[in-house]
Structure formats: C-alpha cells, structure tokens
Design a protein around this ligand. Structure first.
Ligand code: AGP
Length: 612
C-alpha cells in the first residue's frame, strides 16, 4: 500500500506534504513524489527511493504552491522507478493525481483510451485513471468534480486519490473506496492523508472519508458527495492521538520504542476492562453480542501475518477457557475457499491497521453468509471497525515500525480477555479461577517490564547468529504461535530465512536441517509441555544443533542443555505469549541491526497490505 498527502490553504504546501510523507513512509517507500499548483502551472517532482531522496532531487527547484499532493509508493503495477512514481499527470499537463490502491480494470480502460489516441508514460494503473478523468472532462464538457465522479463509476478496484487542476488552484479533490483517507479541517485550510499522522500537528478536527465518497474543496469550502451524487453532511471528529506518540522519543528506531512500550500498551489494553477482585471482564464493544458468544457453536478467526499468529493464541485460550471450537484461517485463503459459514458462526477479524485487503474481503464474505463479525483493531476509525458488527480496540497506540510488536501483544491481550469474557458468559470457568487469572493478568505489564531486561542477552546472542542463513523456532501449546511469531520477526527484518514449527513436529522432517550452523530457538518455559520440550532440545543437541532457549527464570535443567538461555519471569501458562515473545522481538531487532538492515522499513514490505 502507499501513503498520500494533500494540502490546500494559505501556507506553502511543499514542506507540509514532504513532512507528512515521511510520517507515512511506513506504508511504502519504493518511490516518492509531489505535485504543486502554482500560477496556473503544475510543478511535479518524483524519485525512486525515499522521501529524503526526493527532497535532495528537488533542491533548488520551484517549490512554490499552496495547493499540492504527494505520494510515497509501495509498488503494485510497474516496478519502482522514476517514471512509475506518482504523481501522474494528464497528457496536457493540466491535471495531477496520486493514488493508493489498485485499479483492477485498468487494462481495458487503457486499451480504450489508447484507441482514442492517449499516450502513456508509465506502466501504472494510476496514470490510466488521470487520463480517463481528462478524457471525460474534455468529452463531456463538464467540471472536474463531475469528471472525477463519472470516471470513478467506471473503476473496479480500490482507491484513495487526490486530484489537482492547474486551472483551478483553489480546488482539490479527494475520493476513496477500499483505501483509507482522512481530511484534517484547519482554519481555511485542509490537510488530507492516508491516516491522521501527517495531520495531527496542524489540527485535531478530522473527517474520515467513507467508501465511495468524494470530497471537493473549492475556495476554502468543503463539499462531500457520493459517487452516486448524493450530498453528505461532513462529520467532524476530534483526534485522540498524541503527536509525541508518532516520534521516536529518543529510541534509535520505532520498532525498539514500540517493543519498550509494551508494558504501557498492554496496561492500556486492559484498562476499564478487567475487575480481578470480582473475577469480571467487561468488553463494551461486543457486549451487544453476549448472547451470540454464550450460544456460539464455533468461532472462526481470520487475519494475516502477525495478526494470524495472535489468532492462534486466541484459539488455544478460547478453547481452553470458554470451550468453544475455534478455527484460525489465513484471510487470503478463507476468502477464496468457499468456506461453510452459517448465521450461528462468530467471525473474529484481527488487524492492526484495520486496512488489510484480504482480511476485509474475508469479513465481507462471512457477513454475506450471515455470520456475526467482531473486530480486533488498533487504528481507530480505520476501515475494518466500520465493516464489523462489534469489536474491541487494542489501544496500543500508533505502531510505525513495519514489524508488528506491541500490536501483537495487545491483540493477544484482547483475545485473552475475550476468552475469559466468553467463559464468564458460559460459566465454563469458576469465579475463583477467573479471580486468579485476572489477578495474574493484571500483573503482566510489570512482568513485561521485567522481561525487557533480557535486552543485553539478546544483543549477545544476536552477535552469535547474525551470519546464519537459516533458523528454526520451536514451541508447544501456546508456545507454538510464539515460535511462529519469532520466526516472522527474524525473517522480515533481518532477511534470515526462519521457520516456526511445533516442537514435536521437528522429527517429522525439519530435523534433517539441524546442524551446527543453524540456530534453533526453543520456547522452553516451565509449563505443561516442559518435559516434552526438553526431549526435543536433546534431539537437537544430539545432532550438534545450536540451541537458544527461552526459559523460566531460575531454570537449571534447560540451562544444562542449551547453548544460550534467555530468562523470563514465571507466569500462568495462558500468559506465556505475552512474555516469551519479548526476547524474540529484541533478538530479531538486534540481529537485523548487526546485519545493517533497515529495521523500521524492511525491503519489499509495507505496514499494511491494502492490496491483494
Ligand atoms: C508483521 O510484523 C507484519 N508487518 C505483517 O505480517 C502484518 O502483521 C500483516 O500484514 C497483517 O497486518 P494487519 O494486522 O494490519 O492486518
């Protein structure tokens, strides 16, 4: 997915747009570009690479203009290059567009436009859209707003677009379907972006544009209408986000800051939702569906990536506490598999960004077939919370690092609360057990704080494994999703190939990989599967494997076997993922650093994948 920023008002646009694009680089950073409308002319600058590369390339150029649009790209159609970078202009240079999304029917549209003499400069679907708008503007002899509206009725796919017109510097058009768009309402000026982070420092008054809406800013006035020409009343909300949450706050990287924010984010996630003394969980966002949960015959969890790993933890805990059968599905598979869904099913969709296309499509499918959809999201006002019947926000705060860390533990916390809430409703856990569990859950943020002290040990071990080409992560029970998550963290930021596996499965194949070169990370804390995991460690050692073990503090048995140990505090087995994941996050962070990788913006990745 990509990031887009627009500005129109009494200030110079360039700096506002460039600064905003830097806040959105986590969404994509293959190339960047800006178009400025000045004196009936569009000056546009675009460059492969990061926003800072664009700034360097545009140094000394004419950067005047109080209306402008900008874009930072995660390539979908057309490889990252200067010519495929946005903005794209109409052939006559009158119009400019930036776009986040995919025009699925761009091929037929391009053929039709080419047959009418249009000549294209890039391989992108976006350029087709601006040519279509220009074509309609000329053919229909209409105004730009109507030309954009007509063009969008012909588009199949997802879009968040900004369009400027050099003949009307007082106008700026924004439209969205399937990709996010936020409008910041200032005093006679407007800030438009893919999310609120480029807007927050200028105004807290925001409008979350809805799917199929078009915003038309003309001479300081804002009009919102649908692509069906129905005028909408703008609904202005107050932004809750704090600007300092978007800064690195003294940490070298957002990822490290977000790892260290986890005591707070888990505490915030539980705030107002647990009453340990009464053994009670309260989840306002789903209480309307309490009966559905009480009588649920099945829960299906749909998610992608790290959120899918959180879903696996949820499966263990919901089945353990609430005795409801749970299935965890990759959203991308679920949406195309023609799954069996009935109105008796509850579907839980997990997404940090709330914008992941596959997860949104899975929700739509389940909804069509009558299921009750509950969401677990982090970004307030994102698309998924608007698609679901109910849900629970994770309140982890903005997560900028592409590798998800605090969002994962916050998702696991919410799933733990849902599992206990359902158990409370169904009477599958005694009150005394709920009191006990909630009392220890309340203490988890303190134990997470204590666990962060393992940073030194992870730095040492990172130096030992940084030259590995492969790694394997093993765990049993709730330790298995932790192993998967640890493997994903390592591979996505250090580019070392890593696999997560159920520890018992290792002997069914992966054990053939074990040698003295490959690090084997084992979740070996003292819980119900401890003895079995020790056997697995012995199997690895018998083949000269190098074992890095996550152990309960004070452990001696594993310490006698493993090459390296990282101690974490003891806690109820159900809460193991909230603690054991921390050293794996730090291990991947330090390994990536030692390998010179870009920790916050790993190659080829984006923070939220809003395309298929
Ligand atoms: C995790 O570190 C990755 N950034 C990625 O797997 C991510 O979890 C996945 O794309 C899902 O994103 P979402 O939670 O925003 O839907």
């Amino acid at each position: 997915m990509c990031g887009i920023v627009g500005y129109i008002g009494q200030r110079e646009a360039w700096q506002i747009i460039v600064k905003g694009l830097k806040r959105l680089e986590y969404r994509g950073y293959d190339s960047a570009g800006v178009a400025l409308v000045d004196q009936q002319h569009i000056n546009h600058y675009k460059k492969t690479g990061k926003v800072s590369d664009l700034e360097a390339a545009a140094a000394g150029a004419n950067l005047q203009g109080r209306t402008g649009i900008g874009h930072t790209r995660w390539a979908t159609h057309g490889e990252p290059s200067d010519r495929n970078a946005h903005p794209h202009l109409s052939e006559d240079g009158r119009l400019a567009i930036v776009h986040n999304g995919i025009i699925e029917n761009y091929g037929p549209l391009k053929e039709e436009l080419s047959s009418r003499g249009h000549v294209f400069q890039s391989d992108t679907d976006t350029e087709v859209l601006i040519h279509l708008i220009a074509d309609i503007l000329a053919e229909e002899k209409t105004d730009l707003l109507e030309a954009v509206r007509i063009a969008l009725t012909q588009v199949i796919g997802a879009y968040a677009i900004l369009v400027t017109d050099r003949e009307h510097p007082e106008q700026l058009i924004a439209a969205r379907k399937g990709s996010p768009m936020v409008i910041g309402v200032g005093n006679g000026e407007y800030f438009i972006a893919s999310d609120a982070s480029p807007i927050i420092e200028y105004t807290r008054n925001v409008i979350y544009l809805k799917d199929r809406e078009i915003a038309f800013i003309n001479g300081g006035e804002l009009l919102i209408k649908t692509i069906d020409n129905e005028v909408q009343t703008p609904y202005i909300q107050k932004l809750e986000m704090q600007l300092e949450m978007l800064e690195k706050a003294g940490y070298d990287h957002f990822m490290l800051k977000e790892i260290h924010e986890q005591p707070r984010s888990i505490r915030d996630c539980m705030r107002g939702r647990i009453y340990p003394q009464e053994g009670k969980v309260q989840l306002g966002g789903i209480k309307e569906y309490a009966d559905k949960l009480r009588n649920a015959e099945r829960i299906i969890i749909v998610a992608c990536g790290t959120s899918w790993h959180a879903g696996l933890v949820g499966e263990y805990l919901i089945e353990e506490f609430a005795r409801i059968p749970v299935g965890v599905e990759y959203a991308s598979e679920f949406r195309y598999r023609n799954p069996i869904i009935t109105e008796r099913d509850i579907v839980i969709a997990i997404s940090q960004s709330g914008e992941t296309a596959d997860t949104m499509a899975a929700i739509e499918l389940a909804k069509e077939r009558g299921a009750t959809i509950l969401g677990i999201c982090n970004v307030v006002g994102s698309s998924i919370p608007r698609l679901t019947h109910g849900g629970v926000y994770t309140h982890a705060g903005p997560e900028i690092g592409v590798a998800s860390t605090k969002a994962f533990t916050a998702q696991v916390t919410v799933l733990t609360l849902i599992a206990m809430y359902a158990a409370q409703l169904r009477g599958t856990l005694a009150q005394s057990k709920l009191v006990e569990l909630l009392t220890s859950l309340e203490d988890i943020p303190t134990l997470v704080e204590k666990t962060l002290a393992c940073d030194q040990a992870t730095q040492y071990i990172a130096a030992e494994i940084k030259d590995a080409t492969n790694a394997i992560f093993l765990g049993r029970g709730v330790g298995f999703p932790v192993a998967l998550e640890g493997a994903l963290k390592l591979k996505e930021i250090s580019y070392i190939h890593a696999e997560g596996y159920p520890a018992a499965e290792m002997k069914h194949g992966p054990i053939a990989l074990i040698d003295e070169e490959m690090p084997v990370v084992v979740i070996a804390t003292q819980n119900s599967s401890y003895e079995k995991v020790i056997s697995n460690i012995q199997e690895v050692k018998a083949r000269k494997g190098r074992v890095i073990a996550i152990v309960t503090e004070g452990d001696t048995a594993v310490r006698a076997l493993a090459d390296y140990v990282i101690e974490i505090p003891d806690a109820d087995e159900a809460f193991l993922p909230l603690l054991a994941t921390i050293p794996l996050q730090l291990l991947s962070y330090h390994t990536a650093l030692l390998r010179g990788c870009n920790v916050d913006q790993p190659r080829n990745l984006a923070k939220s994948v809003t395309v298929e």
